[in-house]
Design a protein around this ligand. Structure first.
Ligand code: ARG
Length: 463
């Protein structure tokens, strides 16, 4: 069935029809299309275009279609142009001529915007729930090892010692921003386009606010041309997914490294690792590698829609049908990655001795020592030079920080004193970093408590 045809002498070529059809993917919008069409039916009744009996019949028929569509076989053999056409054909099969009134004053241009917004609203809700669950899991993992010391890295070289919870709270911040970003995207998705017509506004006197209320939208769009040409809300969603995937890919990379034999800090559960078909000893971090890999794919989804939209003349163009597969894919991959990251986090076992040893063997305490000299009046540049020299001598003599006694340190240069040897333990220097956002143990404890409170506020906002 077609929703057009009067103006044409022949039908579309089979090749074009196959090329342009979108039902095989936009069938995902079926429930959204039905909910939107039911609300539109009620609007038609309020505008006097349908009697309340007619509207009731249509609403019931839509309801049945929604139930039947739960079975994937429902779409077998359908060759309709898109989901909107498919649903109307089904409506016609159920209600006959009455179905011909359903499209009064409505365009697929606004309908596709509506359906996509409804679908995205639900999908965004799912991702927000998943982000909250991951945030909670990170806090649990942080609290399992409150005092564990790990080297923090820059340039993938041991830099300064931090607490394990401090490291995980960095990811908490990233995913908390993703949560906020997705919530903002949701607010821009949550706007009702119905009543916009094809591009010029509907020619029938619909109460747009009432339609929005019916579909629980927060507000209505303000310009009908904008509605037909706009996919900003879809791009907002894709960008939000991309950022979450970016952060997940960095977490994945960290944990791939930290669980390697070379680092040996963490063990990943059997449930999230895979074996090798040839090498019997292998336990590979495939779950994390896939998270890292799929992030590229989601950025591709964002890029794809950016390029589709770039330079399109106002308003609707069929190019825009290409928005759906990237959206569905980005949701599917991001949701899968968030769920997987949570299971991986649950399975992580930290061996605190390993990162502690890595911190102790290296010179992560160098900054602590230089800053202590500066606190005692040595100009920082001089302090930096002195400690640099201490490190150089140690490297040459194959000495670890703990090989220095207080007396040896005091003898190294007049600026040093024996009591400063305490700072050669990575856990000691940390205590000087009691500043908001720093790795001082009290600051981290406070940050953890605050994170719990922030997370419950975030969860409350989800309702
Ligand atoms: N399947 C179309 C899409 O996804 C629906 C809108 C069609 N509108 C049109 N004028 N051809 O974009």
């Amino acid at each position: 069935m077609k929703l057009w045809g009067g103006r044409f002498e022949t039908g579309p070529s089979a090749i074009f029809e196959q090329f342009s059809g979108s039902l095989h993917f936009d069938k995902k919008l079926v429930q959204a299309d039905i909910a939107g069409s039911q609300a539109f039916t009620r609007a038609l009744a309020r505008a006097g275009i349908l009697t309340s009996d007619e509207a009731q019949q249509l609403v019931v028929a839509f309801e049945e279609i929604g139930k039947e569509a739960a079975d994937p076989k429902y779409f077998d053999g359908a060759d309709d142009e898109d989901i909107h056409t498919f649903v109307i054909r089904k409506l016609k099969e159920k209600t006959g001529a009455l179905a011909d009134k359903i499209h009064t004053g409505r365009s697929r241009n606004e309908q596709v915007s509506l359906d996509t917004r409804l679908w995205l609203r639900t999908s965004t809700g799912t991702l927000l729930d998943q982000l909250a669950a991951l945030l909670s899991e990170l806090l649990t993992l942080a609290r399992k090892y409150p005092d564990a010391i790990v080297p923090g890295y820059t340039h993938l070289r041991r830099a300064q010692a931090v607490l394990w919870p401090h490291y995980l709270l960095a990811y908490f911040e990233m995913f908390a921003r993703d949560f906020e970003r997705l919530r903002q995207a949701k607010a821009r998705i949550d706007v009702s386009p119905l009543g916009s017509g094809a591009l010029a506004g509907s020619g029938f006197p619909f109460d747009r606010d009432e339609i929005a209320h019916d579909l629980q939208f927060a507000s209505i769009t303000r310009n009908s041309m904008d509605v037909s040409g706009d996919r900003d809300f879809a791009l907002d969603f894709l960008y939000s997914c991309s950022m979450a995937m970016l952060h997940l890919s960095r977490l994945a990379e960290d944990w791939i490294l930290y669980s390697s034999e070379e680092f040996g800090w963490i063990t990943l559960g059997d449930g999230v690792t895979s074996g090798s078909s040839l090498m019997p000893q292998k336990k590979n971090p495939d779950s994390l590698e896939l998270i890292r890999g799929k992030s590229g794919r989601v950025f591709g989804d964002l890029t794809s829609l950016f390029i589709t939209m770039k330079g399109l003349p106002m308003t609707y163009n069929r190019d825009m049908q290409e928005d759906k597969e990237p959206l569905f894919d980005a949701f599917h991959q991001t949701s899968g990655a968030l769920a997987t990251a949570k299971v991986v986090a649950e399975s992580v076992v930290l061996d605190p001795k390993r990162p502690a040893a890595a911190a102790e063997e290296s010179w992560v305490v160098a900054t602590d020592l230089a800053e202590e000299l500066a606190r005692r009046g040595v100009p920082f540049h001089r302090a930096h030079q002195l400690v640099g020299k201490l490190v150089l001598d140690s490297v040459r003599a194959n000495k670890k920080p703990s090989d220095w006694t207080g007396a040896a340190l005091a003898a190294f240069a007049p600026e040093f004193s024996a009591d400063m040897a305490l700072l050669l333990q990575p856990g000691e220097g940390m205590k000087t970093r009691e500043i908001p956002g720093g790795t001082g143990p009290a600051s981290v404890g406070k940050a953890l408590d605050e994170a719990e409170i922030r997370l419950s506020t975030m969860r409350r906002a989800l309702g």
